[in-house]
Write a protein that binds this ligand. Structure first.
Ligand SMILES: *Cc1c(COP(=O)(O)O)cnc(C)c1O
Length: 458
């Protein structure tokens, strides 16, 4: 029988070189410290994006704020700024300590992107930003708009007619499609969303109700992206939002860091070498968590420690980083099915651009079982009355694993953080949830409840 090669070598050779692959293959939860992690100064040397790029992205969002406030009334109270609260979750902290029988030193917080206006997930950052940037470019090119204008004029009929000559396309597991679809349709673009098999029916229905063309695939995210890209490239008036390679998307996400810094300051929360910040980000293809982590590293440098969370069935970023093959390897290559309840994270092949950009900036990646996601989701709902989708619950596991896993403790010791942990802040990034229909959320909680009962039995 012919063996399939991965980047020229048989799987067994990769397993010998990286024994952790065997744990991934049997779907065991793992905590992988990144051996290439370096100081910010050293890591930033070979990255072309800078703080200036992020500041420009923030400025662009500010220009669009009057438009957003006008067409999305839910953003009126923040004057058209799409932002979410940062809150302490001490009750969840207590619950987690007692259920997992571990001490989690420091302050436990939640960044509530599950409450982001317009599309209820972290995709309301990057996805909306990229469409706005494209819309601005088109209008500037055609001399319909100047930077100094009040952008609320974009809500006028002549702009909608103008944009209706152009198309936007995207491939998605669901949430990116929601964000791109909603904002594109609002501006007047023709928009097509190519949905992977993971995408929930209600997301497709919602988009169709807004006039978005939804194309469904029986395969995973990579295929939906590939087809979407192919179809879009054949039409010169069509713009493809490339989740795997887009710097615009990445910078839109990175703006979150500037906003978070302000929120921390307003809450008098220090971040410095004596007060380390730990951030836990659920990761799919990598753009969302990668952009946010990049922005945070620019601002807080070595005082912030960024962790990615992936489902045990879709550990694509971990696999890409560990083998240094990035987008040249997929979880399917090593026999993992990429089937998970965390639909937003159901990605088999990571972004090569994100992996390479973050390769020395990311502290670690851990994986989470689906049953644990439901359990955490329900624990958060019961203790804090906050509702996140299964993907978003992955971030809640970070502080627990950091304190419980030997590899987590190794990380703390290696970086001289042991004595600092009492003054540490942990932020779990709740990446989505608000758009989930109530009935479905109830089902998730029920599953979580029974998972918890099982967990406490053993
Ligand atoms: C998309 C998504 C993520 C991860 O973002 P990527 O850019 O795919 O890595 C995390 N959580 C939720 C809820 C998402 O929809």
């Amino acid at each position: 029988m012919e063996t399939e090669l991965i980047a020229g070598k048989p799987l067994t050779e990769w397993e010998n070189q990286y024994p952790l692959i065997e744990d991934l293959m049997v779907l065991k939860e793992v905590f992988w410290n990144n051996p290439k992690y370096r100081s910010f100064q050293e890591a930033a040397e070979n990255i072309s994006l800078t703080e200036k790029d992020v500041i420009y992205a923030e400025a662009r969002l500010l220009r669009f704020a009057p438009y957003l406030a006008k067409v999305f009334p839910e953003t009126k109270k923040t004057n058209g700024i799409i932002e979410s609260p940062l809150v302490g979750i001490s009750k969840f902290h207590n619950t987690a300590e007692s259920i997992f029988r571990t001490k989690i030193e420091g302050t436990f917080m939640l960044k509530c992107d599950n409450e982001l206006p317009i599309s209820g997930s972290i995709k309301a950052r990057g996805g909306i930003y990229e469409v706005l940037k494209h819309a601005e470019n088109l209008a500037l090119e055609h001399k319909m708009l100047r930077f100094e204008d009040d952008y609320s004029i974009l809500a006028n009929e002549d702009f909608k007619n103008f944009y209706s000559q152009y198309s936007i396309a995207v491939g998605s597991t669901g949430n990116l499609g929601l964000s791109i679809g909603i904002i594109s349709a609002k501006l007047g673009f023709k928009v097509t969303v190519h949905m992977s098999a993971d995408a929930k029916q209600w997301k497709k229905d919602l988009l169709r109700s807004k006039g978005v063309v939804v194309v469904e695939y029986n395969s995973d995210y990579s295929k939906a992206v590939e087809e979407g890209r192919k179809q879009s490239d054949s039409d010169p008036n069509s713009y493809f939002v490339d989740d795997e390679n887009s710097t615009a998307l990445f910078l839109g996400y990175a703006v979150a860091a500037l906003r978070l810094k302000k929120q921390l300051e307003e809450m008098n929360i220090l971040v410095d070498p004596e007060h380390p910040l730990f951030v836990y980000l659920p990761c799919g293809v990598g753009g969302g968590p990668g952009g946010v982590a990049f922005g945070l590293k620019l601002l807080f440098k070595d005082s912030v420690h960024c962790f990615f969370a992936e489902p045990t069935h879709s550990p694509c970023m971990l696999l890409g980083l560990m083998t240094e093959l990035h987008d040249q390897i997929s979880v399917q290559d090593v026999g993992i099915d990429n089937i998970t309840a965390a639909d937003g994270l159901a990605v088999g092949r990571p972004s090569g651009f994100v992996g390479k950009t973050l390769e020395k900036l990311l502290s670690a990646v851990y994986t989470v079982e689906d049953s644990m996601l439901y359990m955490l989701l329900n624990m958060l709902a019961d203790s804090e009355n906050r509702y996140v989708e299964p993907s978003a619950a992955a971030g809640l596991y970070g502080p627990i694993q950091l304190s419980m896993e030997p590899a987590g403790q190794d990380y703390i010791k290696k970086h001289g953080l042991k004595e600092r942990m009492a003054d540490a802040v942990h932020i779990s990034w709740a990446t989505g949830g608000n758009m989930v229909p109530r009935e479905m959320m109830k089902e998730y909680q029920e599953i979580g409840k029974s998972q918890l009962a099982d967990f406490l039995k053993v």
